[in-house]
Design a protein around this ligand. Structure first.
Ligand code: 5AD
Ligand code: FES
Length: 368
């Protein structure tokens, strides 16, 4: 017990072995780890939980990741693509309901038509909200030129999960072609950073073939990349995907859940001032999953504001929560859930990662 509690009192940097011990913590050790992470989150990022209205505007995707329900080859998925006007109205809904920022997420596309369309859409949203609504993009791998254009048009944060930082495991989870190249993904993450975005990444926890020491390497990777935001959560099988055939050796759901909380907590110790999301996938396992993450180091939550009629078609994994709700239901539900954790919802604020501003010395960065 003593060695472990001594470890938690350190400021880091932590070794792979120390991180492995945190990720595997159970019982009294786990409680201590979670308490420490909660303390650090409030100390460095404040008592507020920042909200991002998530708009999953299309499930058309050029990728074929073996774990993902909306992968290109899944013929059972009904494909949709919201009209620009609907996306704009949803963004306005977020703004009117005091959500300081939105996340525009969709399957990956990089054709010129799509790139131009996003450009125009970003400008329209910025204009309609007097530049007040913060915009995060989660639209996969793009060229440096595209990242720059979208940045110039008003997006200021970008999420691109590395999924796993372990090259061989990445290969096993994706087709072996240039569209799913590990190096290209890392290069995309670098390009996002160098463009000036607040940069987010993350991984999945409990993938087939993944070990605890891989997860410790993932944390060290996020630290090494010096990211500003992280979203990570448990891997959950989607029955219509190739990876569903490898479900036999998986960690039980309860273990994937517990490890996910430990990962969030260990990351908070490693990078105290970044934004960490309480991922929706946690709630697919435990109805109180996201609240638990808010007590173990997370400080961001992403209410789904996608129009209700399309939600059931954006199924990345089975048992995805909130697919029957409307945006209003999700918002009031979340406000209540945040209040239950004793924290406050940060309204009308972008809720940027303190890490980004410290790093950039406040000079070039936009803030609100
Ligand atoms: N289980 C959990 N998370 C998943 N994602 C995709 N498929 C799954 C799954 N089966 C995550 C990926 C992706 C994000 C949008 O959703 O990490 O980056
Ligand atoms: Fe890759 Fe959806 S097909 S995350």
């Amino acid at each position: 017990m003593n060695a472990f509690s001594d470890l938690l009192q350190q400021d880091g940097p932590f070794t792979k072995e120390q991180l492995t011990a945190m990720i595997g913590a159970t019982g009294a050790h786990q409680t201590l780890l979670h308490q420490k992470a909660n303390e650090l989150a409030v100390k460095h990022c404040g008592n507020e939980v920042f909200l991002r209205g998530l708009i999953e505007f299309s499930n058309k995707c050029r990728k074929d990741c073996y774990y993902c329900g909306i992968r290109k080859s899944n013929r059972h998925t009904k494909r949709y693509d919201l009209a620009d006007e609907t996306i704009l109205q949803t963004a306005l809904y977020a703004h009117e309901n005091n959500l300081g920022s939105i996340v525009l997420q969709a399957g990956e596309r990089n054709d010129p038509l799509f790139v131009d369309r996003m450009d125009a859409l970003l400008q329209a949203i910025k204009k309609a909200t007097n530049g007040e609504l913060g915009i995060t993009l989660s639209l996969g791998e793009q060229s440096r030129d595209t990242y720059q254009r979208w940045f110039n048009s008003g997006a200021h944060r970008y999420l691109l999960r590395i999924e796993t930082s372990h090259r061989d495991l990445y290969r096993q989870l994706h087709p072996d072609d240039e569209r799913h190249d590990f190096e290209a993904r890392i290069e995309a993450l670098r390009a996002i950073k160098e463009t000036g975005y607040q940069t987010g990444s993350g991984i999945m926890i409990g993938l087939p073939g993944q070990r605890v020491d891989h997860l410790a390497d993932d944390l060290l990777f996020l630290k090494e990349m010096d990211v500003d935001m992280v979203g990570m959560g448990p891997y959950i099988v989607h029955e219509q995907t190739p990876l569903a055939d490898q479900a036999d050796g998986l960690w039980p759901l309860s273990q994937r859940f517990s490890m996910s909380l430990n990962m969030i907590a260990a990351l908070r110790l490693l990078m105290p001032d970044i934004n960490i999301a309480a991922s929706t996938a946690l709630q697919a396992i435990d109805p109180m999953g996201r609240e638990k993450a808010l007590k173990t180091g997370a400080n961001i939550i992403m209410p789904n504001i996608t129009p209700a009629s399309n939600r059931k078609d954006y199924l990345l994994y089975d048992n995805k929560p909130c697919t029957d709700e409307s945006a209003d239901d999700c918002l009031s539900c979340l406000n209540m859930r945040i209040a239950l954790t004793g924290r406050k919802a940060g309204l009308k604020a972008w809720g940027d990662s303190p890490h980004y501003f410290k790093k950039n010395n406040n000079n070039t960065a936009q803030s609100k």
